[in-house]
Design a protein around this ligand. Structure first.
Ligand code: SF4
Length: 99
């Protein structure tokens, strides 16, 4: 009985850490996909935009068309200044030159 109470208390103490870890793995929320105008949806579809890039080396945050805004968020010239997540990517990715 005491062991199970201790286990419960230990699990309860670690739960916020588990939730915090999960939250940090989620991509930044930079825009509401359901509120995007039709033109933005069409453009994103045409460019093959995905919210989470499968390649850490190819992300909007590393693209020459990206302009940083809020942490983890920015805008994209190819999307007419539309908001993008820093960890997203599309088929027009162009690596920023090292300056
Ligand atoms: S061109 Fe594509 S990869 Fe580059 S910032 Fe825009 S959406 Fe992201």
């Amino acid at each position: 009985m005491i062991a199970s109470r201790r286990s419960f208390l230990a699990a309860a103490a670690l739960a916020p850490l588990a939730l915090a870890g999960k939250a940090s793995a989620e991509p930044a929320v930079c825009y509401d996909p359901n509120a995007l105008p039709l033109s933005q949806r069409s453009r994103r579809r045409a460019l093959g935009y995905v919210d989470a890039s499968p390649d850490p080396a190819k992300q909007c945050g590393r693209c020459s068309f990206f302009t940083a805004a809020a942490p983890g968020c920015g805008t994209c010239t190819m999307l007419s200044g539309g908001a993008v997540n820093g960890g997203s990517v599309c088929n027009s990715f162009a690596r920023k030159s090292a300056t």
